[in-house]
Design a protein around this ligand. Structure first.
Ligand SMILES: Cc1cc2nc3c(=O)[nH]c(=O)nc-3n(C[C@H](O)[C@H](O)[C@H](O)COP(=O)(O)OP(=O)(O)OC[C@H]3O[C@@H](n4cnc5c(N)ncnc54)[C@H](O)[C@@H]3O)c2cc1C
Length: 398
């Protein structure tokens, strides 16, 4: 039995599937048109324990580890949801981990301790003010790193935070921020030194603070049910107590948590591929051309076989790397390879799946059309394919 296929994880898979069938599928088209998922969905997912998967019970989570999170993500898509749904409903997966680690709750040891600073009382306070309510489904969080000037070069961030007594005064802007419209707070990467110095700090910035404005809702190729925002900060006074960990520990914290984000995106990629194989197989069994089902043609069967092989190979590799990450192995290069392998498999499979659907595949009525659009972001978000290649090349000693 695979380590990701235990009886407990099969139950988690069934719970997720039931959630999607009951709470998501009847409404997903409406949410795609509305450009966001409703807050009530967060509360429902929290009550079922799904929102808290991968977060310790000590901070209001449901327990479980990275592999459990992967099972939930996989099943949200395979049972008819989408990567856009995952992005919208599970934004806390990228907004909260830095706070949890700084308080020492997730790891059992303090991240700030390991970074050379002491775990601070303020970090426990952040757990109560932001982490617990978010995992209970009553608050929504976002993570803001990317700026209009660029996203790949994280060290080049130019949003500044100048210390003024018990506050930081924040100036700058962020863009492409997932759940930025609905978010009650934004875990924000700022520069406490001079702009572009690479010395980053993470601040939790609450919605509603004077000078903090949320710009227009960005319209996108895919992920339509996931709202995406531009954020502007003009002399926003953020209490020092909203700092995560010590000053200038933000860059390392961001890099450490990229592993989980990238594996989530890799999971979204192979799960989308698997779903599209299922949709295409069903379609090719039912659709007749020239008096015979499409699936009766050897060319079509072989194409489906290749799509299935690509999706399964990506899934196996992502799981293997996830097991190593969960065991605490430093596998930065392998995480980058897992993301690129899964994204490449997904890109090929969604394209082929749409083609096999013929004209119907191009219509909004076809589920495969949504996956085709949604898939395109997976090689861009959380570090692009090219940036992953840079990491891999570095790992090769190049
Ligand atoms: C729908 C959506 C949701 C997002 N959600 C969030 C979010 O919640 N929070 C957040 O902070 N950001 C978010 N992002 C931003 C995303 O992480 C960035 O778009 C991504 O990191 C790339 O940054 P960029 O767009 O500035 O591209 P750039 O950094 O300008 O790169 C442009 C191109 O150049 C390539 N490139 C860059 N540097 C190199 C190099 N050294 N060598 C070779 N090629 C290179 C890149 O791969 C890319 O193809 C989101 C983006 C989208 C579209």
């Amino acid at each position: 039995m695979s380590i990701v296929d235990t009886p407990e994880r099969r139950q988690l898979r069934e719970l997720t599937r039931a959630f999607v069938t009951r709470e998501v599928l009847p409404h997903l088209d409406d949410w795609e048109r509305a450009g966001e998922v409703p807050r009530a969905l967060h509360a429902t997912a929290a009550k079922l324990g799904l929102l808290g998967i991968g977060f310790p019970e000590s901070v209001g989570g449901s327990g479980g580890d990275l592999l459990d999170s992967i099972i939930v993500t996989e099943e949200l898509i395979r049972s008819g949801g989408s990567s856009g749904l995952v992005a919208a409903l599970f934004t806390h997966g990228i907004a909260l981990p830095h706070m949890v680690a700084a308080a020492g709750a997730r790891t059992g040891g303090s991240l700030s301790g390991r970074l050379g600073g002491a775990a601070r009382l303020g970090d426990d306070d952040l757990i109560d003010r932001y982490v617990r309510p978010t995992l209970a489904g009553t608050m929504i969080g976002a993570l803001a790193i990317t700026e209009p000037g660029g996203g790949s070069d994280v060290a080049g961030i130019r949003t500044t935070a100048r210390r003024d007594g018990d506050h930081y005064v924040v100036n700058g802007s962020k863009t492409y921020i997932t759940s930025g419209h609905r978010a009650d707070f934004v875990t924000t990467a700022v520069c406490t030194d001079f702009p572009g110095s690479g010395e980053l700090t993470l601040l939790v910035i609450g919605k509603g603070l004077p000078g903090f404005t949320v710009g227009r809702r960005l319209e996108k190729l895919g992920w339509h049910c996931s709202d995406t925002a531009e954020l502007s900060f003009v002399d926003v006074r953020v209490p020092v107590t909203n700092r995560i960990g010590a000053e200038n520990t933000g860059f390392l914290a961001i890099m450490q948590h990229f592993a989980a984000e990238r594996l989530s995106l890799a999971t979204q990629a192979y799960a989308t591929a698997q779903r599209c194989v299922e949709l295409a197989t069903r379609w090719c069994r039912d659709r007749e051309t020239f008096g015979r089902p499409l699936a009766s043609r050897q060319l079509v069967r072989h194409r489906l076989a290749e799509m299935h092989t690509r999706a399964e190979a990506a899934r196996s590799y992502v799981h293997e790397v996830a097991v190593r990450v969960a065991a605490g192995e430093p596998v930065v290069t392998e995480v980058a390879m897992a993301k690129n392998v899964a994204v490449a498999a997904c890109d090929q499979v969604v394209d082929q799946a749409l083609q096999l659907h013929g004209g119907f595949g191009y219509l909004r009525d076809a589920e495969v059309e949504r996956h085709y659009r949604d898939a395109r972001i997976l090689g861009i978000g959380g570090g692009t394919t090219e940036i992953m290649n840079e990491i891999i090349a570095k790992g090769m000693g190049l």
